[in-house]
Design a protein around this ligand. Sequence first.
Ligand code: FAD
Length: 317
Amino acid sequence: MRVIDHIHNARETIFSFEILPPLKGQNIRNIYDTIDPLMEFKPPFVNVTYHREEVVYKRLDSGLLEQKVVRKRPGTVGICAAVQNRYKIDAVPHILCGGFSREDTENALIDLDFLGIENVLALRGDSIKGETYFVAEKNGHTYASELVGQITGMNKGIYLDEELKNNTPTNFCVGVAGYPEKHFEAPSINNDIENTIRKVEAGADYIVTQLFFDNKSYFNYVDKCRKAGITVPIIPGIKPIATKRHLSVLPHRFHVDIPDDLVKAVINCKDNAEVREVGIEWAIEQCKELKESGVPVIHFYSMGKVDNIQAIARAIF
Ligand code: FAD
């Protein structure tokens, strides 16, 4: 079933979360161990992230560095099929512009369609290590809005080969990303929202936000989007802080602000067990307020850790 239909059918806020494919060489059991403890909260769908290739350097005996291109977390499509089959819930694979030509995208979407996957989260992806700015694949998409256009085109039976006739339309529900604190490359929040409008005009059904720690930034963002004419659901993304290291990692990686009260509380913790409790309490307060405001879904970023999400969900759902 399409995410947007889950949202329309729901009587109250839906619980959802995202999982990462395990590192290459590990087992699908890792995925089940992540999902199993969260099934009691009845997630109707689960997102599965996509990780593109990375450039790594290996020092050779000669002292020279050998450059290798590796994908450390492959398996998104296989995991989606396994999740749908095992849990009878919908899987939402993330698909990227980065690393994909239009032809690759079309073929990937055909695979998803044949596997009975009806949802995708369409993203541009980031630059790979060694590139300062994102570089599109030859004959690939530069912005997520173009990717959305290709997907919604296939929903109308439009394939790249114009000579193909009487094509079966696909039925993908398309989510896209939104940034309450602005995407780091955008010159201003209003400009970023204008670019988000392009994704909605291309046919995106809903928006999932980048993680945030201050609900005010989410509420302000929703307000600005509504004033700009965006009417699709905007799903808040929540990530509980769990370690002291998160104070530097999360702002660096996700370009988000951490409120002073939370920073102080984390700094005052004697160890990461205490930080975990602080993170849970903070996220519970965020989720209570979000739920009371009537958000359609609360989406949790698991980053492979679920015990804290389980504790939060027990308090909220
Ligand atoms: P876009 O919407 O294309 O925007 C990128 C930048 O370009 C923005 O600054 C935007 O304002 C600007 N822009 C857009 N259109 C135009 C235009 N026409 N002209 C000029 N500027 C424009 N990354 C992964 O690699 N794998 C994942 O699984 C993954 N999952 C994610 C899930 C969520 C919910 C979120 C919020 C992010 C996720 N990301 C993931 C990260 C994402 O790929 C990066 O944030 C990326 O830098 C931007 O992706 P986007 O789809 O928002 O890009």
